[in-house]
Design a protein around this ligand. Sequence first.
Ligand SMILES: Cc1cc2nc3c(=O)[nH]c(=O)nc-3n(C[C@H](O)[C@H](O)[C@H](O)COP(=O)(O)OP(=O)(O)OC[C@H]3O[C@@H](n4cnc5c(N)ncnc54)[C@H](O)[C@@H]3O)c2cc1C
Length: 607
Amino acid sequence: ERSDYVIIGGGTAGLTIAARLSEDPNVTVTVIEAGEDRTSDVEVLAPNLLTSLYSNPKYDWNYRTIPQVNANNHVLAHPRGKQLGGSSAINFLWWTHASQQDINNWGLLGNPNWSWNALQPFYRRSESYVQPSRKTVEDLDTGYIDPALHGQDGPVLNTFADIYLPFDEAWPRTYRALGLPPSSDPRDGLALGGYTNLINMDPKTRSRSYAATTYMRGAENRPNFKVITGAHVQRITFVDSGKRPRATGALYSTNGTTHQVKARKEVILSAGAFGSPQLLELSGIGNPDILKKYGIEILVANKNVGENLQDHAYVPIGYEVKEPGLFTLDDFANETLFNEEYEKYITNHTGLLATTSAMSGLLSLAQIQQNTTDDPLDLSKSIESICPDTKKTHTQTHLRPPHPSSQHDLLCASIDTEAIVQEFAFPSGINPQLSNDSSKLFLASTPGNFFSMQGVLEHPFSRGSVHIQSSDASEYPRIDPNYLSHPLDIKVLEAIALHLQAVAQTKPLSKLLVDGGRKYQPGYYALNASNVEGWVRDNLQSEYHPCGTAAMLPKEKGGVVDEKFRVYGVDGLRVVDASVFPLIPRANLQTLVYAVAERAVEFLREG
Ligand SMILES: Cc1cc2nc3c(=O)[nH]c(=O)nc-3n(C[C@H](O)[C@H](O)[C@H](O)COP(=O)(O)OP(=O)(O)OC[C@H]3O[C@@H](n4cnc5c(N)ncnc54)[C@H](O)[C@@H]3O)c2cc1C
């Protein structure tokens, strides 16, 4: 089999690139995807069935971290989409955006022509904003949206859910009451505050709008577009003619048989933040010590492969919900009710499966410290010791762009101005002690109705790694996010947890909770300055945003790919997916993955 481009991984980035490249009828594209096509599967399409996908091998790779030494040795499950559309097929559907500073930082780290402004057209290319009804705007208080900022004719549809619960209506009003409404539309890369997120849902069918139902749907009937599913790539193939190795294609297995696919022009690796570094190492690109250990011939020595792993970690708090009649997702345990809702969805795309909550907020450190139920934790000493001269660094990075700043400097420089936390909520319990089992994590451990709030550390200082632990592609890599290995990450999460309590005790949200937000879900308890560190360490979770493991950076600063995603040391190979993010942005990752993939298409067309 031979085509111009071979794309490894038919996920969020992979399908975006394949669909765009195949717009040119003279270009042939083959996508190799380990999972299957689930585009007509109701479990993928119905928004509120999303947690049923986790741990199920039909949809999810179901990775696990190694025990996290700074989080009481807990193991965290890491769902990753294993199907066409990849993780866009199993995510929470939140359509959020990075900040201007997040993307400008990528440029400041030494990537020429990377800035918020340069990325704008590519963001817009992927998205179509669908205006909700006036009633939805009023109920969910979404008047902050500025339609002019949003893409209008991209494939992925985003809008607000038009079926919602009292919690969804209370959420933005609670942030208003705290003096924390969104300062503008967060799509501008600046706004902070608490609000309702957009979700990537097709409003006509109330179904998930994701890479496979959008980009792929538009391309799949083209004769120059080919997708091979159930095909697990084992390694990338190269010719090594003496000068520089050149990628020629990939070896993949289907049902135990090995096949080869060849690329006339380029191979694009889009296997995700765990899969891409794994395949680079299996193909001889990586740290020589690791490659030698597993008997892999060294093609390019680069110790940066699989390093720089970043993720969004969060701390949860759960509350009892005031009865009677307040529906929460916990009620789906009642089979009769679930079956009724399922029937409604199947017959006319309505009911409680035809929606999902998107209560969210992005807040600065000063904002979360201005209202907590306890004495606010004083973080100034911790910040001073870690970022000794924040203001000076800030000025320097802006005086000499692209200043070869370190990630550390940039994080320090924006610690006072950027979102330190994303706060979000689920109308259901979560059981944080089951972080290693994503099929049970999002269920309460006892019967009842609960409301859980999560506070996510947006710009962590901790860095982890992902590396092979076998030369066999079917063996999962060793995943060590190294959560909480940096002392400031723990301190900030403590402050975040205390702020969540204040939110729960604020009207109108508090009116929906027992004792005005003072009665916890069993297993949770009131947090204060003395017990909060223990709580953070024992209950840490992941928002499932791994990235950075094949970073776009100068090689001497930790890079695996250059600013056009070309892998250092070889020709004809790029990595394009969340692995290339050099620094994790605020909020959720998918819009940035789509934007990065759209930009990659421009680079590929340039040749
Ligand atoms: C549970 C969950 C919830 C999330 N919620 C949100 C959210 O609400 N909003 C948001 O913006 N972001 C969210 N994210 C993050 C976002 O969805 C991902 O960051 C993004 O989709 C990653 O895109 P990608 O292209 O890097 O990887 P993926 O989309 O995961 O694509 C990788 C593809 O490569 C395939 N693959 C891997 N290895 C091989 C191999 N060896 N051979 C063949 N194929 C292979 C995989 O099967 C997959 O299809 C969530 C993620 C998860 C997991």
